[in-house]
Design a protein around this ligand. Structure first.
Ligand SMILES: *Cc1c(COP(=O)(O)O)cnc(C)c1O
Length: 214
């Protein structure tokens, strides 16, 4: 697939002031330059191997986010190459990110993934665990938690609204209870549901399909 320039430009305009994270799993490295040429400066990969290849080949000014399920043993490959990990979904992963970030003497920005609809098929912390998760971060100086990430259930677009709203309410509650972190980011919304996600407070949409064409 290749970049649909008109679509990228119009989506960038439409979602303002939210940020566009282009889900680049559908395209090769050369298309990242085409995204940059349209003004899209954040690229999100969901597989470590594909990410590393594109990261090596792309020489532009944009930044990379990791948006997919991240295996603990692969944190070391991406820790110094991405500016945000959206998909932090276990204590094991938190511990490994802290360890690898410390090794590189950097502070990693992360989002905590919440399984807001309690789906067996989805990763993420349960809402009820969040205070325990926040407590576990208090002795992790190399992790800077910036907000929450969620994936809506695969249902009718309008029915996803309740889950976006719940995630936003959870973020607001955590921001109030943990003012020492700057919890401002909400990564939610993909091609099929980003309009609703934005209406419910998303600050970052992860869009793939809608940016590309055959
Ligand atoms: C592919 C992907 C997206 C984008 O999905 P589209 O339906 O192509 O817009 C968003 N988030 C994650 C984690 C993805 O892997």
């Amino acid at each position: 697939m290749i970049v649909n320039e008109e679509a990228v430009k119009s989506i960038l305009e439409e979602i303002k002031p939210a940020k566009l994270v282009a889900a680049t799993k559908y395209v090769d490295s050369d298309q990242i330059d085409a995204l940059e040429a349209c003004g899209c400066m954040i690229y999100g990969e969901n597989r470590v191997q594909a990410f590393l290849k594109k990261y090596e080949e792309y020489k532009g000014k944009g930044q990379w986010h990791f948006i997919g399920t991240l295996q603990t043993n692969k944190v070391k490959y991406i820790i110094d190459k991405v500016t945000l990990i959206h998909s932090v979904n276990s204590y094991k992963l938190i511990n490994e990110i802290e360890k690898q970030a410390a090794k590189h003497d950097l502070v990693m920005d992360v989002l905590l993934q919440v399984n807001i609809a309690h789906e067996d098929s989805k990763h993420g912390f349960d809402e009820t665990e969040m205070d325990e998760v926040m407590a576990s971060l208090s002795n992790k100086p190399h992790i800077h938690v910036r907000g929450l990430m969620m994936m809506a259930p695969n249902i009718d677009e309008e029915e996803t609204r309740v889950y976006f709203r719940k995630t936003k309410a959870l973020l607001d509650r955590l921001a109030k209870d943990y003012p020492q972190y700057e919890l401002t980011e909400l990564s939610m919304g993909m091609s099929n549901d980003y309009h609703i996600a934005l209406e419910e407070g998303s600050t970052m949409v992860r869009i793939g399909r809608s940016l590309f064409k055959d």
